[in-house]
Design a protein around this ligand. Structure first.
Ligand code: FE2
Ligand code: FE2
Length: 296
């Protein structure tokens, strides 16, 4: 656990996917595809975070928080791009994600988009509602980031190192910036009823989209005949440490709804920063940045 303030910066990572197999958790399409749902949701989802936060910047009256939000925007834009770049690789392997991503794009761009609201209170209400939704979602991105940094069962199963690095680089930055969305929500609004309401929406939407995405991948995986996904599959992988356990997910709920909640009380900044210091993608990004600075 740590509360230390770390200035946020985007690491300009890139990944080469040629050698990553379709089932990058060997012999386990269910775990592979459950985690692959991230590549379906995050490109549009994190672009939407950026879009909303750019609108909220004028409401911030604290210089450090403004810097954090700008750093957060840079990191999320990079996350969105990195997950988006996995999609052509899936398509090359016979798994076209477009039917699903088209729906996710509609959800974030239209349903959760700006709407034509009159200026003043209605517009502000909708902005605050979305800021609160992002805080609730970020509770789960930090939860998942912390989980994947500690998911040694994936290493033991021989999971693809490039995919693990993508997940852990992203997970580490989620842990690193885990307080920003909540601090921003508290700064501009912080209403407890809104926190509870938007948590319920975010949680229900995440469960719905995730099980649907997993079933989509299992049904369309060209190597599987009659590929299915059940809750029992999920529960079993959780017990094996290959996915977050249902118990841990359940326990995370009262945490967010507690009036004493603050993200800094969960996860470890030290662990995140230590991973980023050794992540092959993050190390390569920082070397490229240094050589560019040297050339300038
Ligand atoms: Fe992210
Ligand atoms: Fe995030």
């Amino acid at each position: 656990m740590s509360n230390k303030h770390v200035p946020l910066k985007a690491r300009k990572v890139s990944f080469a996917w040629e050698d990553t197999p379709l089932h990058w958790v060997p012999g386990d399409p269910f775990t592979t595809h459950t985690i692959n749902v991230l590549h379906l949701l995050l490109p549009a989802g994190e672009r939407w975070f950026v879009h909303v936060y750019e609108q909220v910047l004028p409401y911030i009256r604290d210089e450090r928080l403004r810097e954090d939000v700008i750093g957060f925007i840079g990191q999320e834009a990079m996350h969105s791009q990195a997950h988006d770049e996995v999609l052509p690789h899936l398509r090359d392997q016979g798994l076209d994600p477009t039917p699903y991503t088209a729906q996710v794009d509609w959800l974030f761009e239209k349903l959760l988009g700006d709407r034509t609201l009159p200026p003043g209170r209605p517009r502000r209400w909708w902005l605050m509602e979305r800021v609160a939704l992002i805080a609730a979602i970020e509770h789960y991105t930090a939860f998942l980031g912390d989980w994947v940094l500690n998911a040694e069962a994936l290493d033991r199963r021989g999971a693809d190192p490039t995919m693990l690095d993508l997940l852990r680089w992203h997970g580490a930055e989620e842990v690193e910036h885990r307080s920003v969305a909540f601090d921003l929500f508290v700064h501009v609004d912080g209403d407890y009823a809104r926190r509870v309401r938007t948590w319920a929406t975010a949680f229900a939407a995440l469960v719905f989209l995730w099980q649907r995405g997993t079933r989509f991948f299992m049904a369309n995986d060209p190597t599987l005949v009659d590929g299915r996904a059940t809750f029992r599959d999920f529960h079993r992988r959780g017990r094996q440490g290959l996915l977050p356990s249902t118990g841990a997910i359940t326990r995370s709920i009262p945490g967010y709804l507690s009036r004493a909640y603050h993200p800094s009380k969960e996860c470890s900044t030290e662990q995140a920063v230590a991973y980023l210091a050794t992540s092959p993608a993050a190390v390569a990004a920082s070397a490229a940045e240094k050589s560019q600075e040297g050339a300038a």
